[in-house]
Design a protein around this ligand. Structure first.
Ligand code: SAH
Length: 346
């Protein structure tokens, strides 16, 4: 069965070269196969016509090429496209293409389901089934890039890790996929155009800083008051705001790069003066900006977006303290492609 064989795309170029040497062939055979897999996007060993028939059979017996398949493509009235992506083992994740006037953004998944338990997020209800492999993440980007060319006639400009899953709970594979996305052998995209969004896993934020990553970091804060944050994001009992602050200070000291805080304002949860004050205070720890996200309802109304005048109070307080703030409108709501809605209807 396919899934019992090792996915050949999990091997780096060096590992492929070593493999061919280990079976008595030449190292450059590794380069040839690598080129088929990554530059030419081969879906089978059959296609690799400059590799001998014997060797192709040998590879076929020992390895699989586990490409993703876009099962279902839904288009929103606003141009947003959502892909249901079938993985080699039949599990499904979703990725989204979001076109605006100035950008074309791919929103990709990093896990099947999610390790964390945010109460307001549809994906959290699925629980984590497994981590995605680096190539499964990379393939989502390639698929979205193709759709961007096909339907909007322009290449992808940005990538956000804001689909299903917590990217920092699949650290190694997410970073490998970004290596591929940014390398010339992959898509050659600048890391400045990539944003990893995390619910806030302090230890791994420090690791990002130690690994000197060059992409952007966004943190889903939603409350700067420990008790409130625990209510809506129960994992925050273990990953406290104090630890988060500490990790962000570490990140800034090492990278000198500003962090974006994502924040939804909900009625009766974080809509009071003290909530605003706490956010302003938190934003002063390191240079940061705030992205106020529109809430996308996923249930029977336990969570409701606060009224506009509360959002305006947030904006006024942040601006008064010279903290940049943007308000993000939802996209693709009609096809359940907006933030937090992925997996709503599976
Ligand atoms: N696990 C990562 C990335 C996936 S969620 C993270 O938490 O950052 C991407 C963003 O959507 C996060 O900011 C998350 O808090 C937000 N989100 C989740 N559910 C939402 C909902 N129902 N409405 C609006 N935003 C939501």
């Amino acid at each position: 069965m396919q899934q019992e064989k090792k996915d050949i795309r999990a091997l780096s170029k060096d590992e492929l070269r070593d493999f061919f040497v280990s079976i008595g062939d030449k190292a450059f055979r590794g380069n040839q196969v690598y080129e088929w897999l990554w530059n030419k996007g081969a879906h089978s060993f059959e296609e690799m016509t400059n590799i001998s028939k014997e060797m192709r059979t040998h590879l076929e017996t020992n390895f699989a090429i586990n490409h993703i398949q876009v099962d279902q493509l839904q288009k929103s009235q606003d141009g947003t496209i959502k892909n249901a992506v079938r993985l080699y083992d039949g599990l499904i994740v979703e990725s989204v293409l979001i076109p605006t006037e100035t950008r074309t953004t791919a929103c990709v998944s990093s896990q099947v389901g999610c390790s964390l338990d945010c109460k307001f997020c549809a994906t959290a209800r699925l629980k984590r089934m497994r981590n995605l492999n680096p190539d499964e993440i990379y393939d989502q980007v390639v698929a979205i890039h193709r759709e961007s060319m096909l339907y909007h006639n322009r290449p992808l400009s940005n990538i956000v890790f804001m689909g299903m899953g917590e990217p920092l709970m699949n650290y190694k594979n997410v970073l490998l996929s970004i290596d591929k996305i940014t390398s010339d052998e992959g898509l050659g995209m600048s890391p400045k155009r990539i944003t990893l969004s995390t619910s806030g896993v302090p230890k791994m934020i420090k690791k990002l800083a130690d690994d000197e990553v060059r992409f952007n970091l966004a943190v889903s804060l939603h409350s700067a008051i420990q008790e409130t944050r625990e209510q809506i994001m129960p994992f925050a009992k273990s990953f406290t705001l104090d630890d988060l602050r500490d990790s962000l200070e570490y990140w800034y000291a090492k990278t000198k790069r500003i962090v974006t805080y994502e924040y939804v304002v909900w009625k009766g949860i974080n809509d009071k003066e003290e909530d605003i004050k706490a956010l302003v205070q938190f934003c002063k720890y390191i240079p940061s900006k705030v992205n106020l996200i529109e809430y996308n309802p996923i249930d029977d109304g336990e969570f409701q977006q606060a009224k506009d005048h509360v959002i305006d109070q947030y904006i006024a307080a942040l601006e008064k303290n010279r903290i940049p703030v943007t308000v993000r409108r939802s996209r693709g709501k009609d096809i359940d492609a907006a933030c937090g809605q992925l997996a709503n209807k599976q």
